[in-house]
Design a protein around this ligand. Structure first.
Ligand SMILES: Cc1cc2nc3c(=O)[nH]c(=O)nc-3n(C[C@H](O)[C@H](O)[C@H](O)COP(=O)(O)OP(=O)(O)OC[C@H]3O[C@@H](n4cnc5c(N)ncnc54)[C@H](O)[C@@H]3O)c2cc1C
Length: 444
């Protein structure tokens, strides 16, 4: 009898241990929700989330910071432009999320399902409830391939790729290598995008690759963009138009990709100036830049603006309605180009804003909209576009950065990745502002 009781107790203990381990691994089980509280909760562990997690750790201590991020892997996305052109490998762009997570900070490996800013609480996939004193939203943006008829299933076919996801970036390189003759078509969607230069960088690299491999005379290179301009800042657009003419690249403005018939190698574009008018382009290679939109979880949270983006003050990055909520990066409605370089500039301002808000003082540092886009124009040249909210160049180096430069290519390919992993993600790189001043002898 006693022996039976002992074994029953042991069994119950074993079950409890199992339940505990399942709960702690999956945060909850059997619908029983767990609750946690942190001074800072960061939503998203991409560029902005890891950066701000590292900065908040320094401010309040690791045990008071949690980052909610479901992905096992973290990617340096700017490298994918070079991966699609065979100049870097996917693995060089990847690190495990565990390795970039600031040590001691709680990694909640889950997806945020609901944000309730009125009650300072977020809810994750497994029913976990996390409350906070301060919330930093760094959820990035959502890629919307499905808005183009025939995608994403069209990626199962060859000759089509997209540098915008880890799954499709190597398909770009494959399509480029296998190119024989015909049209090479590159698209730019009719929505805000991250890194507005990336859709055309891969065109310049493809042109260079075809020249190197003797295929260029058999290729008709076409850049179909929804925009009315080649690039948003005139100084750089002027240089790019010169390159486009010199290299015989065909640019069609106001052309929006609406359908891909991958089995027939056809891409259908709508003329945005003549709605309803479409044109079919046969292709031997197609690079798709997908439509993009705000993270769906913001919808109905009362944190979003009318377009669905996180509604923040453009100077301070503080939410317009909830003073203990802040935003950084692609998910925000900051009226600047969405880049990792912009995240760097935003991170130092946001750090300062939060310090002030925590002391009940008025934020005093203003984000000027700094953003940067290394426009890769070949395997050895880059035009380094840097500009602010007003679209005015804000260049770091005391040279004309609208000229193609070999040094800037090395910056892009070799130096910036180091700056990303060892500077930005550690919360130590807040953009080139201080260096710009030195380079220009305090004049900028
Ligand atoms: C092809 C390409 C080329 C680029 N080139 C450049 C360049 O040359 N220079 C440059 O500066 N920038 C470049 N960028 C842009 C740059 O990578 C992004 O702007 C930057 O990573 C944005 O950081 P973020 O934190 O806002 O978003 P991300 O880094 O995308 O992070 C968002 C995170 O949120 C997580 N998330 C989303 N939803 C949820 C949820 N519900 N719950 C929890 N987590 C969630 C995601 O898993 C992701 O990890 C490029 C991007 C691409 C794709």
């Amino acid at each position: 009898m006693a022996a039976a009781l002992t074994s029953q107790v042991a069994l119950v203990r074993k079950c409890n241990r199992l339940l505990y381990s399942v709960r702690s691994r999956f945060h909850t089980s059997n619908g029983l929700s767990t609750k946690e509280h942190y001074k800072f909760v960061v939503l998203g562990g991409g560029t902005g989330g890891i950066t701000m997690g590292a900065r908040m750790k320094r401010k309040v201590g690791a045990e008071h910071v949690a980052i909610v991020e479901p992905s096992e892997m973290h990617y340096y996305q700017p490298m994918w432009t070079l991966v699609g052109a065979g100049a870097k490998t996917v693995s060089a762009s990847a690190r495990s999320t565990a390795s970039v997570m600031p040590s001691g900070v709680k990694w909640v490996k889950s997806t945020v399902m609901k944000i309730d800013p009125k009650n300072n609480t977020v809810f994750t996939e497994y029913g976990k409830e996390i409350s906070y004193d301060y919330l930093i939203v760094a959820l990035g943006l959502q890629l919307q391939y499905e808005k183009i008829k025939g995608l994403p299933e069209g990626f199962e076919h060859p000759k089509i790729g997209s540098n915008y996801t880890v799954k499709t970036v190597e398909k770009t390189w494959k399509a480029l290598q296998n190119f024989k003759e015909g049209n090479a078509v590159f698209s730019f969607p009719n929505t805000p995008v991250k890194c507005a230069g990336a859709p055309q960088k891969i065109m310049y690299l493809s042109d260079s690759f075809m020249r190197k491999t003797g295929k260029r005379s058999k290729a008709n290179i076409i850049y179909n963009t929804s925009l009315p301009v080649l690039f948003g800042v005139k100084k750089y657009a002027d240089s790019l138009w010169e390159i486009v003419k010199k290299r015989d690249l065909n640019v069609n403005l106001r052309h929006n990709l609406i359908e891909v018939r991958a089995d027939k190698q056809e891409a259908v574009f709508e003329n945005l100036d003549k709605p309803g008018e479409t044109k079919v382009f046969e292709y031997e290679m197609l690079h798709v830049t997908p439509p993009m939109g705000p993270p769906p979880v913001l919808k109905g949270s009362s944190l979003e603006d009318e377009g669905g983006w996180l509604d923040v003050n453009k100077d301070t990055l503080q939410h317009k309605k909830y003073t203990n909520v802040f935003g950084i990066g692609d998910c925000t409605n900051l009226p600047t180009s969405k880049t990792a370089a912009a995240v760097a500039g935003q991170s130092s301002v946001l750090d300062r804003t939060i310090t002030k808000v925590m002391k009940n003082e008025k934020p005093d540092k203003k984000y000027d909209g700094y953003t940067s886009c290394p426009l890769v124009t070949s395997y050895k040249t880059v035009i380094l576009a840097e500009f602010d909210y007003s679209g005015q160049p804000l260049e770091t180096f005391p040279v004309d950065q609208s000229k193609e430069s070999r040094i800037m290519y090395h910056m892009k390919a070799d130096i910036m990745p180091h700056l990303y992993w060892h500077g930005l993600l550690k919360g130590l790189w807040g953009g080139p502002g201080p260096y710009r001043k030195i380079m220009h002898l305090g004049m900028k």
